[in-house]
Write a protein of this length. Structure first.
Ligand code: FRU
Length: 613
């Protein structure tokens, strides 16, 4: 009451310019404007969350969160200026009993103090004991992993232990565009249903928490305790350094290693990815020397002291953009006892269809040095893991059995990830995939990414089954399931030896369609999303992507997953894959086949509806 009287008095006597306290004090929030672009917000009420109003196209304000007068965190938040798109919560639970104050520096371009004071963020900022995370998004996938709210990019730091798949991810808890990188955390017992866990590692004095990896230190080499989960990640502020954190509760909460950073270089390097080399009895770390287009290999006995051993990549494979998010592991070549090493290399831009993509190298690793295989002409071939536009930052889970290598990727592209038509959240991860190596007809070893075996449990009713049918110029059409907004899995085999090409059309009532075309002569499959639905949010979105099918002109079998805003096409059990986002205004409802230049055979067609997870 006293405060309100004070405000009224100051408004009467000095006008708004001289108001010592904001008019919002009754909400448990005290706002003191210190000038056109500098404001103090004191939280005086006892609630769980401070809800911050966001305007996606507003400039970022610098928000210093202070506890008892000491800086706790530095954040960058698009606080609303003249429109509120949504709210994000600042969780006050762990600040209980402390004085919470935000020092907010907004951009310079307010003309007067009066204008600055009228910004929507001050009026609409509020305290609340709840934060509504009910899904409000038409395009939120139903069986892919997404964050509860906010922006997500790379999956990283994943490990598997005691039947639980831990998935950490690059997360902005304060908006649906990239910023304030922390490690979000989700867990799953079946790779299908994901449970959201508390934030694992938050922005600290060394900067934001970029991508990295985690291992279970069973032999306690680092001294943090037997079975401690040890995470290495990049701390990013003005420069990038490598840091360490460990968890003694199975990956839920992490303590930072007091001696951080543990690796520093004189140039940009990030995304440390480590594994235990059982032959050399040491840890091996691959680090992306991003601007040099190379990866660096380090070894360590204890995860803390790392020795640089070698580098690989300069001048090899796709060299555009930056090299990021490496992964290195050994696998058997299908049908042989031969073992080869695969080095995953995510690069951006420079992908085959523009923007982000994942290339890989097959070769040998002797504990210190990676040597890539060469083709018949003596060159190191450029190989792609996925021939769509929306497959990036793909890395594997540590801790699975030695013969299982499961990966997951970020299902977007840096070209337009921040513009896709969602708001409450941005970006999903791909379906999990299990990797194999196979020798193709050209004699080279390639990586196959098949849908993880767990995914068959997604199947609901089989809505269509056709054993065999011949397709000519006359189009054959089947209905797609309508339940759960049309989410479904489609399987069929193609024999197009007598035709020039076959088109497979997935369309809806609004005339939007994805057109897949198999070309017999080139053995390629094209994915055309130029008329697939919403597309004008970015000039880089409309596209045709093309995959080589690695077959020798016989049958091709396709397995397609559709989940509201994505389509993943797996060919021949993952020998070729295309992952593309699509935003149909209404779900695709029909599947049709048309053969050109001769007839084709379609067999073993099965369409399954999918249960909401
Ligand atoms: C890849 C990447 C990583 C980095 C992270 C930051 O998408 O640029 O190199 O660690 O995103 O969010």
């Amino acid at each position: 009451m006293k405060q309100i009287k004070q405000i009224v008095a100051s408004l009467l006597f000095f006008g708004a310019m001289a108001s010592p306290l904001s008019v919002y004090a009754e909400k448990g929030i005290e706002i003191n404007h210190l000038g056109i672009n500098n404001t103090l917000v004191r939280v005086t009420g006892p609630s769980r969350y401070l809800l911050l109003p966001i305007q996606e196209d507003a400039e970022e304000a610098r928000v210093r969160v202070m506890l008892d007068g000491e800086v706790h965190q530095n954040l960058n938040i698009r606080l609303a200026r003249n429109r509120v798109d949504y709210f994000v919560p600042l969780d006050l639970a762990s600040f209980k009993g402390r004085h919470v104050m935000l020092n907010i520096v907004t951009s310079q371009n307010r003309a007067t103090l009066r204008e600055a004071k009228e910004n929507a963020c001050w009026k609409d900022m509020k305290l609340s004991d709840t934060f509504d995370t009910t899904n409000r998004e038409k395009y939120r996938p139903a069986f892919h992993h997404t964050p509860l709210y906010g922006w997500m990019n790379d999956p990283n730091g994943m490990f598997y232990k005691d039947g639980v798949w831990h998935l950490y991810y690059q997360w902005n808890p304060y908006g649906s565009k990239w910023q304030n990188m922390t490690w979000g955390h989700s867990t799953s017992k079946d790779l299908l249903k994901w449970e959201h866990q508390p934030t694992a590692i938050e922005v600290d004095g060394l900067g934001s928490i970029f991508s990295g990896s985690s291992v279970v230190d069973t032999a306690n080499t680092a001294g943090f305790g037997k079975d401690a989960v040890v995470a290495l990640y990049t701390s990013c502020d003005v420069s990038q350094v490598q840091s360490m954190a460990y968890s003694n509760d199975g990956g839920t909460t992490f303590q930072r290693y007091p001696g951080n950073p543990i690796i520093t270089l004189e140039s940009e390097a990030r995304d440390p990815n480590m594994f235990w080399d059982n032959e050399a009895k040491q840890w091996v770390l691959t680090l992306a020397h991003a601007l040099e287009h190379e990866y660096l290999f380090f070894t360590s006995p204890d995860l803390k002291e790392w020795t640089l051993q070698s580098a690989f990549g300069k001048g090899e494979g796709a060299q555009d953009g930056v090299w990021e998010c490496p992964d290195l592991f050994k696998l058997k070549v299908d049908g042989t006892g031969e073992e080869k090493w695969a080095l995953i290399c995510n690069l951006n831009p420079g992908g085959p269809f523009g923007g982000s993509a994942t290339q890989y190298f097959i070769g040998d690793f002797d504990g210190k040095t990676f040597k890539a295989d060469t083709d018949a002409s003596g060159r190191i071939a450029t190989k792609w893991m996925d021939f769509g536009k929306d497959h990036y930052a793909t890395v594997s889970w540590s801790g699975t059995s030695p013969d299982r290598r499961t990966v997951i990727g970020w299902m977007s592209n840096w070209q337009y990830a921040a513009e896709v038509p969602t708001k409450q959240f941005r970006s999903a991860n791909t379906l999990p995939r299990d990797l194999r190596l196979f020798r193709a007809p050209d004699g080279q070893v390639y990586l196959a990414s098949a849908p993880s075996p767990e995914l068959t449990a997604l199947r609901g009713n089989m809505t269509t089954t056709v054993r065999k049918t011949s397709v000519g110029k006359q189009t054959r059409t089947y209905s797609l399931p309508t339940a759960n907004d049309g989410i479904c899995e489609i399987l069929f085999d193609l024999d197009c030896r007598k035709a020039d090409s076959l088109t497979i059309n997935l369309g809806n009532k609004a005339g939007e369609q994805v057109v897949l075309t198999y070309y017999t002569q080139s053995h390629t499959l094209a994915f055309d999303r130029r008329n697939s639905g919403l597309k004008d949010f970015s000039q880089d979105f409309p596209a045709v992507t093309v995959a080589p099918t690695f077959e020798d002109g016989k049958k091709v079998s396709l397995r397609i997953f559709i989940d509201k805003s994505s389509m993943e096409v797996f060919g021949d059990n993952g020998r070729f894959v295309m992952t593309n986002l699509v935003f149909p205004t209404t779900p695709y409802s029909s599947l049709s086949f048309t053969s050109h230049g001769g007839s084709s055979k379609v067999s073993n067609l099965k369409i399954y509806s999918i249960k909401e997870q």
